[in-house]
Design a protein around this ligand. Structure first.
Ligand code: FEO
Length: 415
């Protein structure tokens, strides 16, 4: 039990760090690793909350058995059935055949779909508002569908004010010995990973995250134990505010992400020229990404972060460069909303990409405001584009000012 950490006097972290997988869900790069969190409550009854990916099963089981120290496991709460948390369920049941498994009805359905053997007499189905006592600790269970799968439940320990939040409030990143948010510099080292995790995995389901936040606002949360990343015991309102913004598709910061698709560097040069023009005007919160060598999950995360997006693309097969097309299709899939967009287009003989991108945004994305000022390159940026470059930079700055004024006015009204 060498990787066990004490969360509270009778609550232990028994999860595991994964540095071996390169791609989470076989799609998202995680150079920073990931944790699969699991918790064990040693009350009058013993209660395990979730398991881990089977790859880390050996370490996890060693932790669980170490903390149990000969006691049997009485209850096993399964909040979420995705295999990064459900991978070791069968092994726990084999080792503790009398354990009572607590989950949602759909949770049990998925367990059986996977092929886990749960006897009916060992299955306790919980619904919204059901309560349970494990001794000193009283729990209430709440449904949290689509955060991140439909079967998800979260639970709240009314005795200690601890929310077991399933995937909500999780993040990519291995903890490597640390456990609590105040043991890391979260804003500096973890926030980008948390944003990339939430926006790519649950981004589509913002209204469902809002439902959970509403439920969370009715109780006094002193600690959050998520299924990935640090346990939160300080600055909880700060992190909840981030989740609130991401799930309402509200930009976190006034700033510009320029995403460019360039074959030989000419469109890239125009993207850099716009970045320089913005910085010359005092807007230095600007990031520039090459869509061809930036994993799409980072593009999505920065789209959620910044208020303004500039799409710069070459024309390809009389349409949108495929990698750029994939990016804006993912914006639609993830339901991203409420951004101001500038366009830079390039075409050496038949430039169509600007109209195609604008049409796509108009037809498929909600509240995407495309600026009229556009830069059209005929192969390469030159003096003929200078006015358009300045006009687009000015329009971005102007629209930021307008958005700020509207916000300030609505803030005044609310006050
Ligand atoms: Fe971390 Fe949806 O599983």
């Amino acid at each position: 039990m060498y990787t066990v950490r004490k969360v509270l006097d009778d609550l232990y972290y028994v999860g595991a760090n994964d540095h071996r997988i390169a791609l989470f869900e076989n799609i998202f790069p995680i150079p920073e690793g990931v944790t699969y969190n699991s918790y064990l409550l040693m009350d009058e009854k013993t209660v395990l909350f979730d398991s881990v990916d089977w790859n880390l099963g050996k370490d996890f089981l060693r932790n669980v058995e170490g903390v149990l120290d000969g006691r049997d496991l009485d209850y096993f709460v399964v909040h979420h059935m995705e295999p990064d948390h459900a991978g070791a369920i069968e092994e726990i049941i084999l080792r503790h055949p009398n354990v009572q498994v607590i989950s949602s009805e759909q949770g049990f359905q998925i367990m059986r779909q996977i092929g886990y053997h749960i006897k009916d007499e060992n299955a306790i189905i919980v619904k919204e508002g059901d309560t349970f006592s494990f001794g000193k600790h009283e729990f209430v269970f709440l449904e949290a569908p689509m955060v991140h799968w439909p079967e998800v439940i979260v639970s709240y320990d009314t005795t200690t004010g601890t929310l077991f939040s399933a995937d909500a409030f999780g993040t990519f990143g291995a903890l490597d010995g640390k456990l609590f948010n105040d043991e890391v510099n979260f804003e500096r080292d973890w926030l980008d990973s948390a944003r990339r995790y939430l926006t790519n995995i649950v981004g589509k389901y913002g209204p469902f995250v809002q439902d959970v936040l509403k439920k969370a606002s009715t109780v006094d949360i002193k600690m959050i134990c998520p299924l990935h990343g640090p346990v939160w015991r300080t600055d909880i309102p700060w992190f909840i505010d981030k989740y609130d913004k991401w799930s309402r598709y509200e930009p976190e910061e006034e700033g510009v992400m320029i995403a460019y698709a360039s074959m030989y560097g000419n469109t890239e040069y125009a993207a850099q020229a716009l970045a320089s023009a913005l910085c010359e005007r005092g807007m230095t919160n600007v990031v520039v990404h090459d869509v061809s060598n930036t994993d799409i999950s980072y593009l999505i995360a920065d789209t959620f972060k910044y208020s303004h997006l500039v799409l710069a693309s070459v024309t390809y097969n009389l349409g949108i460069y495929p990698i750029m097309k994939n990016f804006i299709a993912d914006l639609e899939a993830l339901n991203v909303q409420n951004r101001t967009v500038g366009i830079i287009e390039n075409g050496s003989w038949a430039c169509t990409v600007g109209d195609k991108m604008e049409d796509f945004l108009d037809e498929h994305l909600k509240m995407f405001d495309v600026l009229n000022e556009r830069i059209t390159l005929n192969t390469s940026l030159n003096e003929a584009n200078e006015n358009d470059l300045n006009a687009l930079a000015d329009a971005i700055i102007e629209s930021m000012k307008n958005i700020r004024e509207v916000k300030e006015k609505s803030g005044e009204k609310e006050a």
